[in-house]
Design a protein around this ligand. Structure first.
Ligand code: CA
Length: 226
């Protein structure tokens, strides 16, 4: 990997354990043991990635994340307590790239770090295209193609697909999708999203025999890249 990583974690043993593994993988590691110190380091130095615990003394992890995001786009993976669903949701809303639940296997953490770094690398690439399961979305051309064939989409269908592809592997709820696709001032039923998903499935999934958009019962939708 060979990246510069900041660990903000007050549990010294956990921080030390992660540090050893990351250094072993060839990374350079810096640590902070409270939210205030972590924020200072995150803002004053440049890291490739930050591992951020939620429950921290002095300044909690979500607040640290919010303040980092006001100035920087450094990839952040949140470390959350088991079943702290709200922390996960708030973390992602506040701009976290991913989260991992404690206790975790170090292999899983390393895998998530790789994904977060890669995702960020792709985001700053100059092409502005993304591809999942043969479906290519070109942001600059505002165009979607499958096997080189242009798929005619309305603006809202395009925005919905864009949002799901941009957040691949993350389940998005209907409200969030609606805000993005229809705008925050839209007044209407969230099931409008179901309608657009149906249109997209007709135009892409059915036509090309792809299983692109997955329904997550009672929650929303996700596009998985595998
Ligand atoms: Ca903690």
């Amino acid at each position: 990997m060979a990246n510069r990583i900041l660990i903000i974690e007050d549990e010294v043993k956990i921080a030390r354990f992660i540090e050893l593994e990351l250094v072993h993988e060839g990374n350079t590691v810096d640590k902070a043991h409270d939210g205030r110190e972590g924020l200072d380091k995150a803002l004053s130095e440049d890291f490739d990635l930050i591992l951020l615990d939620v429950m921290l003394p002095k300044l909690n992890g979500l607040e640290v994340l919010r303040r980092i995001r006001m100035e920087k786009e450094t990839p952040v993976i949140m470390l959350t307590a088991r079943d702290a669903v709200m922390d996960k949701v708030s973390g992602l809303d506040a701009g976290a790239d991913d989260y991992i639940t404690k206790p975790f296997a170090i292999e899983e953490l390393l895998a998530r770090i790789r994904v977060a770094l890669k995702k960020r690398g792709n985001a700053v690439s100059t092409t502005h295209t993304m591809e999942i399961k043969g479906v290519v979305l070109d942001e600059d051309r505002h165009e979607v193609t499958v096997n080189g064939e242009i798929v005619e989409l309305t603006n809202r269908e395009f925005e919905l697909l864009h949002m799901l592809m941009r957040n691949k592997n993350i389940v998005l709820d209907r409200e969030k999708l609606m805000n993005e696709v229809c705008g925050y001032d839209y007044i209407g039923e969230t099931n409008i999203i179901d309608v657009y998903v149906r249109y997209l499935r007709t135009k892409i999934d059915d036509k090309y025999g792809i299983k692109l958009i997955t329904t997550v019962r009672g929650v929303g939708y996700v596009i998985k890249d595998n």
